[in-house]
Each structure stands twice: as structure tokens, then as C-alpha cells.
Design a protein around this ligand. Sequence first.
Ligand SMILES: [Zn+2]
Length: 244
Amino acid sequence: MVKPNISLLFVLLFMNFCFSQNELPSLEGKNVLVVYGGWEGHQPEIFAKKITSWLEEQQAVVRLEKGTAIYTNTSVMQKLDLVIQHITMSEMTTKESQGLIKAVASGVGLAGCHGGLGDSFRDNTEYQYMVGGQFVKHPGGQVTYTVEIGSKEDPITRDIKNFTLHSEQYYMHVDPALEVLATTKFSGAHDAWIEGAVVPVVWRKPFGKGRVFYNSIGHSKEDYEIPEVWSLITRGVAWAAHKE
Ligand SMILES: [Zn+2]
């Protein structure tokens, strides 16, 4: 009879416990491209460096790039697990756009926040179709607003309570096929006709074989210091880096 290996059993039980506590898989060894640029008002380099150092702490293999030229480098793009983009407005060439869209459709994840993913390349509807929404206005500029978490069970939103912040409340035109994880309601104090409108703040969606994650918060670097915001972003990044 084979004697049961008690210590191995304990290790397996502990691993199972850890996994059940956090269903988001590890980023260790994942190839991540962080791309930044565009409108300087969003301090793209500060966000790019912050997320890069967090990714390195998670043992991901990170490549940091300024500008979209890298999207045409197929040998780099096809080896990636995830692209994190922070480029507000700006433009990219058709070839760059095709390089990014093809990579995501083939299974590379795409994640980002605020204008860096949701207000990029305003004339590029193929890009917007992939992301699933486009910023159109933040009525009132900096306002105090509440983010309502939709599911307390989802690994991205688990144990995160509704929270209030003072920043830009993004009014977005969105894809009805999104999986919405958090929303915000507009008071109508600025632009009365939108009173009561509920707009997605955090969503995820598939695009071909790739996973897309978006969070509309992040106008200033202070927004990323809000624990709920940083948890949503980093958990969304971990989710998007894994294929279906
Ligand atoms: Zn902004």
C-alpha cells in the first residue's frame, strides 16, 4: 500500500485555499507591453511607470514603449499576453491600428483606464468597437461622484464596496454587449437632461480570442492612490492577461 504523503497533502490544500481566495491567476512570466503617449494632461508616463513597477513586482516580463509604432512589430505583438495602453486622443496609422486589433483578436489581452484607453484615436471606429466604449464628456469637470459595484462575487470586484471620489465622471457611449462590473449615476446638476443616467465605469468584454478590460477612472495620479481604484485596475489587468 502506498503511504500517503501528508506534507504534500498539506501543500496541495494550502494551494487550493490560496487559489479559492483569489481566483485571478498569477502574472508571473506573462509578457506585457505597456504603451503610453498622447495628451500630456493625463500624465501618461506616470501611469505607465506605476503599472510597470507593479507588474514587475508580480514577476511579469514588461516592455515599456512610448507611442504606437510598436504595434506594427508582429514578432513582438504575437508573443504578448497583454497590452496596457495609456494614450489619450492622439492618432495612429492604419498599419499600427491593424497590428493592435489583430493581436487582440488573436488572444492578446488589452487593458487600460480613463482617456488612455477610452478616449484614444477619436477617428478610429474599429478601435472603439474593440474597446467597447468612447468618452464623450465629463459634465461639470471635476465633480464628486459615486461608483456602484455591480457584483460582489466577481474576482475583479470582490469585497470592493461602493465608493465616492472627486474627479472626472466620464460620460461614455458604450457597447450594449459589455459585461459591466461597476457604474455611476449622473445627478443632472450639470446638463439636466442626463439626470439619472447610469453609465458604465468598469467593464470587460471579449474581442475575438482576446480579453478587454476598462476602468474610466484615472484623470490624475491621485486617482490611482484610491485603494478601490488601484484594486480594480490591477485585478482587471490580471484577468485580461489570461486567455479564455
Ligand atoms: Zn481626464
